[in-house]
Design a protein around this ligand. Structure first.
Ligand code: ATP
Ligand code: PRP
Ligand code: MG
Length: 284
């Protein structure tokens, strides 16, 4: 069985489980167990703290893992990124007290920066020829300047809410991050390799479907050409007859980001009864 290391609880947990579920992987219901097999797919999940996931994959305890890119780069283990997963998006940023005058990265020279990501920070400082003191703490980094522990922080930012409530401002974005699927160079046996190939194929189908909608509408035949001109479709939209000879039904797939402009354009040329449906998987 292909062993997948996933976070046991925290920011990655919900969407990791949703992704695996969308890929059709059902788990055997076992509570408070760290190793849980699937009942319909040759994989098992190993539940870990996210910090331990890169190491578990590098050493072969797990075959693949799902973890934030920030942890992968910080832990600097021998792992490969197999695929970006598009969730738990955040960034590693430098932040300073909100009232401080900021004149660019040189501000950090001679300053003390609190962080849980010393390796990534050290590499940023080196690249920018900056000389700052790194103070490693494992959590609650944002309170460090307020209690006199540091001049600045280097930590995860998403909405920016935590910075605001600690009177800090983000001044440099160093690393955009998201959840990624990681693997190693280790040779997998045929059964595991097949499971991995199938999993990657299913993730691809789920991810492709996520940004698209299935759209159906009724169109007077006299307006069909104008409607088809608006719909890009995958290849060509499906056109089906209706009981009323003057009308037809048109089905297509639309990119979510252009959905509302397309719908307005379709209405304007005479499409009626437009239905928009979620797509669960999309196989090329
Ligand atoms: N506010 C956020 N928004 C989006 N993604 C985030 C946010 N905070 C963290 N992440 C991402 O989720 C990952 C896990 O965050 P979480 O806070 O659950 O870690 P943790 O407290 O270290 O958990 P663990 O107990 O597993 O060690 C981070 O490494 C990062 O990639
Ligand atoms: O920009 P924001 O949207 O405010 O998010 C950023 C915060 O989220 C994370 O902490 P989390 O809430 O997961 O708590 P933790 O420190 O216990 O992991 C991260 O460590 C930041 O503190
Ligand atoms: Mg952690």
């Amino acid at each position: 069985m292909l062993r997948i290391a996933v976070q046991s609880k925290g920011r990655l947990y919900d969407e990791t489980m949703e992704l695996l579920k969308a890929a059709g992987i059902k788990l055997v219901a076992v509570k408070r167990t760290l190793l849980v097999p699937s009942k319909n797919f040759p994989v098992e999940l190993l539940f870990l703290r996210d910090d331990d996931i890169p190491d578990s994959v590098a050493t072969g305890t797990a075959d693949i893992g799902i973890v934030g890119l920030n942890e992968v780069l910080e832990k600097h283990q021998r792992v490969n990124m197999l695929r970006k997963l598009g969730f738990s998006r955040c960034r590693l940023s430098l932040a300073i007290p909100k009232d401080a005058d900021y004149n660019g990265p040189a501000w950090f020279n001679g300053k003390k920066i609190a962080t849980s990501y010393p390796r990534i920070l050290a590499s940023y400082l080196k690249k920018n020829n900056l000389d700052a003191d790194i103070h490693v703490i494992s959590g609650s980094v944002e309170i460090a300047p307020g209690i006199g522990l540091s001049d600045a922080i280097f930590d995860i930012v998403s909405s920016g809410g935590t910075l605001v409530s600690n009177n800090l401002k983000e001044v440099e974005v160093v690393l955009p991050s998201e959840a990624v699927l990681i693997g190693s160079d280790r040779q997998l046996d045929d059964e595991k390799q097949n499971a991995l190939d199938e999993l990657l194929f299913r993730i691809e189908a789920v991810k492709t479907a996520e940004t698209r909608k299935y759209v159906l509408m009724n169109v007077p035949k006299s307006r069909l050409k104008a409607v088809l001109a608006i719909l890009p479709g995958i290849k060509s939209p499906t056109v089906l007859p209706l009981a009323d000879d003057n009308w037809c039904s048109v089905h297509s797939v639309i990119e979510e980001k252009t959905l509302w402009t397309s719908i307005n354009a379709l209405k304007a040329v005479g499409a009626e009864g437009i239905l928009v449906l979620n797509i669960e998987e999309m196989v090329p």
